[in-house]
Design a protein around this ligand. Structure first.
Ligand SMILES: N[C@@H](CCC(=O)N[C@@H](CS)C(=O)NCC(=O)O)C(=O)O
Length: 221
């Protein structure tokens, strides 16, 4: 079926965690999307994102209004409000909405640096792309990761999703971040050892929007 909308154009590397988040939200809301493989550090990309990060969104509404956004929370909120059932991924109960924001902030402020920058890049992406791995650096990240996963485990003990009873933006933030950890035995073990987290991880990995946005980690821009 052809969509009545032009695709959302997401500029960033195909393997970027944050581009994955934006595309998963689009998929979840039934919005057409495409990744335009882009190096975020180029002068050209700074026209879209003054801080040189990915993704940036370009789109034109059916009424012809141009939409130019950067920062994933802004892009995801726009998509959630604009497409499908408005705000279906943002709970309206105050405490659930607060939990969603709390976990998005935890991923953005604490977990992304440790997991993506200190572990996935040196231990996993290097191997997939034929570069020299930095296993000493990655090993140092395992302790902080275990601590962070203890917080996740404790939170998921009595709720199936991060915001409560239903999928929200927070689950999408988290699964996009932790998905690559399955490619290293040491990091996968940290998830498998935590039953509530592992149960959530297995459920999310079966989710249609997760499957539809899977990419080959070895294909860098
Ligand atoms: N605060 C930004 C963070 C986005 C971000 O860090 N993206 C990564 C790719 S996953 C990036 O652009 N990295 C390039 C760099 O840090 O130089 C957002 O929420 O969109």
């Amino acid at each position: 079926m052809t969509s009545q909308f032009a695709p959302l154009r997401l500029f960033g590397p195909r393997i970027s965690t944050y581009s994955r988040i934006a595309s998963m939200v689009a998929e979840e809301k039934g919005a057409p999307w495409e990744i335009i493989p882009t190096d975020p550090k180029t002068v050209d990309h700074r026209q879209r994102h003054p801080y040189g990060r990915a993704p940036a969104l370009e789109w034109t509404t059916p009424a012809g209004t141009p939409v130019r956004l950067y920062e994933t929370i802004a892009i995801a909120s726009f998509i959630d409000g604009q497409f499908g059932t408005p705000w279906a991924l943002s709970p309206d109960k105050p405490l659930e909405n607060a939990a969603m924001h709390q976990w998005i902030s935890i991923v953005d402020q604490y977990m992304f640096r440790v997991i993506d920058v200190e572990f996935v890049l040196p231990a996993i992406v290097t191997r997939l792309t034929g570069q020299e791995p930095d296993d000493d650096r990655a090993r140092k990240a395992l302790g902080p990761m275990a601590y962070m996963f203890d917080q996740v485990e404790s939170h998921l003990q009595d709720r199936p999703y991060f915001a409560g009873t239903a999928l929200s933006l927070a689950d999408i933030w988290m699964i996009a971040l932790v998905d690559p950890l399955r490619l290293s035995g040491a990091s996968l073990q940290l998830i498998e050892q935590r039953p509530a987290f592992f149960n959530w991880y297995e459920r999310l990995r079966q989710h249609p929007s997760f499957i539809a946005t899977e990419f080959d980690l070895s294909t860098l821009v």
